[in-house]
Design a protein around this ligand. Structure first.
Ligand code: MEV
Length: 451
């Protein structure tokens, strides 16, 4: 039967929303109620806090919160909290941390910290007049009219760093921007930037309307299209790097020279081949996102920015790079990252607060460093496996537990499988076969359906 749109859904109670869901989408099967409610927290205040982070919430969605210890960063030891559901990511990060702890550790450098936003507008008139008006009248007025909004930020050392009029008419008829550059110190700054931009738009409208230099036609032509920050922040950039003598890179049976050659080639491939670069960068973001999420930041913004930056030279390319110079191997990432350690979820979500405590209550610059280090470590771990043992060995070992959980294996059976696969390659097929043999069934269909 065709479904009808629902009216006033947001006004229903939580139970009311669940009841509607069960009736409308789950054929009245109330098993869903148990599933949803088993994730509710017994602490009502904590549950309410989580409910209010978003809208129309009916339950919580858990994500594993793990730790990657032994990160030596700028000479200090850290444990990095990571929220991620993909097996192997935390293990790979921890392994890379351990590898580099005896080779000088990670180094981070903040290259810049500025964020951007735009008022996109249409103006049909004399461009030169608009430019003069912007420089001589509007710019000061934009600062004045946002003085209240920027007051606290200025007291913390931030504010509006630069205002420019950008002429985009060569790409789109009559299209201009007010481009604002902002320093938001330890906050991510999205609300601050957007509030400033919306005030800029109002000021632009008022000042043009009351100016004597524009004709009535020019005044009437002004249209604000939108005011919004840009998630592309190429001037909010951190570098994370590792380096050591080539001879220190001997890896198991692989000689140092061979390892460096293979590793460097893998990075070069990601630099020139977008198909590989996408997967290469996905692995980097495995590490970055896990820290971004654990610290209550917006991983979609960090992702969007990273991928735009990856295309900066006109082709999607690797975010990491490596070189060998005078016998020194150097591997690094330059990554634009806009995050905050105050505001947003950072003081509201108890686990986020804890994650920031674990990292030693970092400021935004330090957090940028941790995120970049996690990405670099992840990429090092992935490439190291890919060019030596292959990725599946480690991955499938981690995935073994997922398969066994799907099969509803007992603890005893799980232990058996861990031993069984100690010297064998794990594959879905191999696990199912051995599981059938162990349970004395001839075909997987006789087991609980697992897909
Ligand atoms: C898997 O989530 C990430 C990797 O594919 C990254 C890579 O290939 O570099 C292992």
């Amino acid at each position: 039967m065709n479904k009808q749109p629902v009216e006033g859904f947001s006004k229903l109670s939580k139970d009311g929303k669940i009841e509607w869901l069960v009736n409308e989408y789950l054929n009245g099967d109330d098993k869903a109620i148990k599933t949803l409610k088993q994730y509710w927290n017994n602490d009502e205040d904590l549950q309410k806090l989580h409910d209010e982070f978003s809208e129309n919430t009916i339950s919580n969605f858990y994500m594993p919160f793990g730790l990657a210890p032994n990160f030596l960063i700028n000479g200090r030891l850290y444990t990095i909290p990571m929220a991620i559901e993909e097996s192997s990511v935390v293990a790979a990060a921890s392994k890379a941390a351990k590898f580099w702890i005896n080779r000088g550790g990670f180094k981070t450098t903040i290259l810049s910290t500025e964020k951007l936003g735009h008022v996109h507008f249409i103006f049909k008139g004399d461009c030169n007049k608009l430019k003069t008006f912007f420089d001589e009248v509007l710019k000061d007025k934009l600062h004045q009219d946002t003085a209240d909004i920027t007051k606290n930020m200025r007291a913390r050392g931030g504010g509006i760093s630069k205002l420019e009029l950008i002429d985009k008419t060569s790409q789109m008829e009559n299209y201009f921007q007010i481009k604002g550059t902002f320093e938001t110190v330890d906050s991510m700054g999205a609300n601050f930037i957007n509030s400033c931009l919306e005030q800029f738009a109002k000021t632009l409208q008022t000042e043009i309307a009351t100016s004597s230099i524009f004709s009535d036609q020019e005044k009437e032509s002004l249209q604000i299209v939108m005011c919004i920050l840009s998630n592309y922040t190429p001037d909010c950039m951190v570098r994370a790097e590792v380096s050591c003598k080539v001879e220190e890179l001997k890896d198991g049976k692989v000689s140092a020279e061979e390892f460096v050659e293979k590793f460097t080639r893998a990075v070069r491939i990601a630099e020139i081949e977008p198909y590989r670069a996408t997967t290469h960068n996905k692995g980097i973001m495995n590490g970055c996102d896990a820290v971004v999420i654990a610290t209550g930041n917006d991983f979609r913004a960090v992702e969007a920015c990273a991928h735009t930056y990856a295309t900066k030279d006109g082709r999607y390319s690797s975010l990491t790079h490596c070189e060998v110079e005078d016998g020194i191997f150097r591997f690094w990432i330059d990554l634009p990252i806009a995050v905050g350690t105050i505001g947003g979820l950072t003081s509201l979500h108890p686990l986020v607060k804890l994650a920031l405590d674990i990292l030693g209550k970092p400021n935004a610059k330090e957090l940028m460093g941790f995120i970049a280090v996690a990405g670099l470590a992840q990429n090092f771990g992935a490439l190291r496996s890919l060019v030596t043992t292959g990725i599946q060995k480690g991955h499938m070992k981690m995935h073994l537990m997922n398969i066994l959980n799907q099969l509803e294996a007992t603890e005893e059976e799980k232990q058996y499988f861990v031993n069984y696969f100690k010297d064998k390659t794990v594959s879905h097929h191999a696990v199912i076969n051995e599981f059938c043999r162990l349970r004395g069934v001839s075909h997987p269909d006789e087991l609980k359906k697992i897909d």
